[in-house]
Each structure stands twice: as C-alpha cells, then as structure tokens.
Design a protein around this ligand. Structure first.
Ligand SMILES: Cc1cc2nc3c(=O)[nH]c(=O)nc-3n(C[C@H](O)[C@H](O)[C@H](O)COP(=O)(O)OP(=O)(O)OC[C@H]3O[C@@H](n4cnc5c(N)ncnc54)[C@H](O)[C@@H]3O)c2cc1C
Length: 476
C-alpha cells in the first residue's frame, strides 16, 4: 500500500479533512505537524493567545489520533528540510495536504516542486473555505471587489458535502517526534492561564460548541449579534482559525437545522452571510496579498499617521477614558476575544480618533486574539480604516459614546469589563466626564484617579481625522 504523509497546518481535526480522507482511502498514513520555528513571525510572537490555542489543539488532535492507535509526528524547524527528512525516514510515496494561506506556514521554496523533485506524489486540497479559493469571479473573470456582489454570487454556489472521519491505517515506523511542550507555545508569561477557564479548544469541543449555538442561540442571532452583552454570536472563530471544525460541516448543519419560522430563517441567512465574509477575506488575500501589511487603496500610503506610543499603550490597556473602547480592550486582554461590533469600535478609535497606523493595531490583535486569522484580521482593519478595496468610507467615524448608548444601552458590557464605573447610572455610563460631581461621588468614580478623562475630545478628534483624510483624498 502507498505510504502517505498527511501534513497538518491550520486544519487540526479528523472530520471533513480532505487531505486525510483521500490519503486514508489510498494508503497508510503518517500525520505530521511542523512548527516552522525559523519563520520571522514565530520568533516575535511565541507567546501569543493564538499559540495557546494551537498548543491545546495539538493535544486534542493527538488524542483523537490515539483512538486509532496513530501517533501525531511533530517536528520543528524548516518545513522543507523536515518534510525531506520524513519522506526519507518512512520511505513515503506521497505527501497530501490542505491549502493554507497563513504565511507562517508557507515554506520559502515551492513545496510541490521540491516534493516532485524527490519523486514523491503530491496532492493538495482546498478545505479551509466554503468555495474553492479564487473560484468566485465576476463576469469579466476578475475577483470581486465588493462584498455584496461577491456574496450574491457565492450564495448560489454549491458547498461540497462534508466528509466523515475515514478509516485510518498508520504507517508502522519508529521515528522521532518532539513533544508538544517542546514547541514552547506557552512560554514567557502566565497571561494565558486565564484562558483555561474560558475556552475549551479542540475538535470535540468545537463540535459541542457549534451544536450548543445551533440549538440555543442561533434563533437570537439576527437580533442579538450586535449587542456585546447578549452572548448571541457563535464564538466559533478560534475553532475555525485552527481548523478544529470544518466550515463546510458548519454550513450544512446550519441549513439542515429544522425550523421554518421567519425568525430562525433570517438568523440562518444572516449567519451564512458572516461565513461568506470569511471566504471573501481569503478571496481578497489570495488576489491581493498586500492585504496583510499595506493599504489596498494606495493613497493611504501618504496618510499623515501619528505614531503616538503613549496613546497606543493606553489603548492596549483599556485606559482611553471612553468606556466602550476600554471595555473592549479589557475583554481582549482578559479573554483573547472581542465581540465583532466592539472590534470595529476599538479599531476605528485607534485609526481615526488617535490616528495611529492600523498595522500597529492589527499586530496587537495578532498577539492577543485567540481567534487570530490572517485574512479576517487584515480585512477587518482595512475595512475599518477605510483603506481596503471594500471598506467603510473614511468619513464614517464611529462615535464611541453613541455606539455605546445604542448597542450597550444599560451599560452591562461596560460594567462587566470596567468595574470602576459599575455604579454609574445608565445616562452617564458611556460618558462619565459629563456626570455631575455628586453622581460621580455617589458611584465612587474619581475621574483622573480611578478612571481616566478621555485622552482625546471626540469632536476635536473627528475634525482632526477628517482634515488628515482630506490631505490624501484626491491622491491616486
Ligand atoms: C478589526 C477587526 C479584526 C478582526 N480580526 C479577526 C480575526 O483575527 N479572526 C477572526 O476570525 N475574525 C476577525 N474579525 C471578524 C469578526 O470580528 C470575528 O470573526 C467575530 O467577532 C468572531 O466571533 P463569532 O465566532 O462569535 O462570530 P459570529 O458572528 O458568530 O460569526 C460566525 C463566523 O463568521 C465569520 N465572520 C463573522 N464576521 C466576520 C467578519 N467581519 N469578517 C470575516 N469573517 C467573519 C467568522 O469566522 C465567525 O466565527 C475581525 C474584525 C475586525 C473589525
């Protein structure tokens, strides 16, 4: 029988895994994960929240494979040389893997050419997205630039049915594997310890969370998804980021969900639309690889950013004096996650109220989000900044006070994450500096002492942002 190496990256699961399924149908398998510790990003961001998730996802994958008496072989080093060594050590006939857009897992060499030069068969599969990457094109065979047009076209495409866990037969061999703890994914700080009480990474937990959402929360999604204290979203993003769950399996179980009530149907459609945003983000990354680091609207190259390190630090710590922004940044620090509406507000505050470059904010989220996803994060920042191809117009500047009053009307979200304000009445919870002294005293709030004054005045910051934008407006 053929001996096939299955190379895992951000697809750490057994169900609906195209490379694994096809390999298992054709031969004996050797599941392999290579931690590319020669990559630049790895060196700089060893103790990220996302690496905490990776650590636990690897433990879970190892456990799932152990049920079939199959070891997970883990190596660290250059992807090219580790793959070469493994092929040699097990005398492999083939390497099967799923596509992965994360640059951290891209070897410098063309991996398929390298494998073919070693006389090894290669098979690649597209299983991270609903639709094969780069497949949705407009009538001129060009990539879509506007999400709504992309979505209207994509929704008519058929999503492939998910594959079951195949019957797995291992390549019998005795080769080296490093231990998961030797990858040092949890080193440097103890900051990640609190995630243990909040999240349960891994394939079985992903499936459990997904079914909980389907049965108990989905119905409220359409109405509740914009309210950060409503817990009305799936919180499935970290599982998707490391492939603990298959996007196609999610899609099909969403639409197999019984219920014809309009309320449920509209929630299903709204949820499906968000899943398509994820595909759109990858589509943009494939067609415009600059998405991660450079503004896609090139006039933003000369945007007059202010690289104010002090203001940046206050933003990261949740000490800007704007309660909703501070609540979001503290939710992030304490849980590795921020609600989507609040992500837009904190990002907008950084790039528009503070004029700090969006790449600084995106790097901070890359380090602190458990669901860090290269395409979704870049798209989110380019959209919010207004420098993406499909983006919120720059002049639409989120007002953090009005957003708070609308989406956190009773201040529950702010009270949870900014407890020093918890006794303020609703009227002032999003603008404590407007509260009369007696009300502040009754709520034990001492502005400038236990909670900061706003670091910028909203109206002045808005005007400054629009002036800055006017400087680049007409430029190509
Ligand atoms: C500045 C900024 C940065 C972001 N960074 C990331 C990131 O690093 N990783 C990440 O997964 N998402 C990111 N997002 C998108 C979005 O905020 C999260 O996907 C969402 O909050 C995850 O929570 P959920 O699973 O409960 O979402 P739900 O509302 O339940 O949505 C279900 C799934 O749909 C997808 N989805 C939802 N909204 C979006 C969106 N706007 N863009 C792309 N896909 C979406 C996600 O895979 C999500 O898990 C970012 C958004 C912004 C504005």
């Amino acid at each position: 029988m053929k001996k096939i190496i299955v190379w895992f990256r951000r697809d750490l699961r057994l169900h609906d895994h195209e490379a694994l399924f096809n390999a298992a149908e054709q031969g004996l398998i050797l599941p392999v994960f290579i931690w590319p510790n020669n990559s630049e990003r790895h060196e700089h961001t060893k103790s990220t929240a996302s690496n905490w998730w990776l650590h636990h996802s690897l433990l879970s994958l190892k456990q799932e494979l152990a049920k079939y008496d199959i070891p997970l072989i883990i190596r660290k080093g250059s992807i090219e040389s580790e793959l070469k060594k493994l092929i040699h050590e097990v005398k492999a006939d083939a390497v099967f893997y799923n596509e992965c857009a994360d640059p951290m897992f891209q070897p410098k060499a063309n991996i398929n050419e390298l494998l073919l030069s070693l006389n090894v068969e290669v098979a690649t599969f597209n299983d991270n997205l609903l639709y094969p990457s780069g497949h949705i094109l407009n009538k001129q065979h060009q990539p879509y630039k506007i999400f709504t047009s992309y979505w209207k076209r994509a929704i008519h495409e058929i999503v492939a049915l998910p594959l079951p866990v195949p019957k797995l037969k291992p390549i019998k061999c005795n080769i080296n594997s490093v231990m998961i703890k030797e990858l040092h994914l949890l080193t440097f700080t103890n900051w990640h310890h609190k995630f243990n009480d909040i999240w349960e990474p891994g394939e079985q937990n992903a499936i459990k969370r997904w079914h909980y959402f389907l049965e108990n929360i989905l119905e409220e999604y359409n109405h509740g998804r914009d309210y950060p204290s409503a817990s009305a979203t799936a919180r499935i993003s970290p599982y998707l980021a490391w492939g603990n769950i298959s996007i196609k399996a999610i899609w099909h179980s969403l639409y197999n969900n019984i219920g014809n009530e309009n309320r449920l149907n509209s929630s299903m459609d709204e949820f499906a639309r968000q899943l398509i945003w994820r595909d759109f983000a990858y589509d943009q990354l494939i067609h415009f690889p600059d998405l991660i680091k450079k503004p896609l609207r090139r006039n933003f190259d000369s945007f007059p950013w202010i690289d104010d390190e002090d203001a940046f630090q206050l933003w990261t710590r949740g000490k800007t004096g704007y309660p909703l922004v501070d609540a979001g940044m503290r939710e992030l620090w304490n849980t590795g996650y921020i609600h989507n509406r609040v992500r837009m507000i904190v990002a907008s505050f950084l790039v528009k109220h503070l004029l700090i470059p969006w790449t600084k904010g995106s790097n901070w989220l890359e380090n602190t989000l458990v669901d860090y996803d290269v395409a979704n994060n870049a798209l989110g920042w380019q959209w919010t900044t207004g420098c993406g191809i499909d983006a919120a117009p720059y002049f639409r500047i989120f007002n953090p006070i009005a957003q708070g009053q609308r989406f956190d009307p009773d201040g529950s979200y702010v009270r949870k994450w900014v407890p020093e304000l918890k006794n303020l009445p609703n009227k002032y919870i999003h603008c404590p500096w407007k509260a009369p002294n007696q009300i502040l005293a009754n709520a034990a709030v001492e502005l400038g002492k236990n909670y900061p004054f706003p670091i910028v005045d909203h109206n002045a910051a808005r005007k400054r942002a629009l002036d800055a934008y006017n400087q680049i407006k007409g430029k190509a």
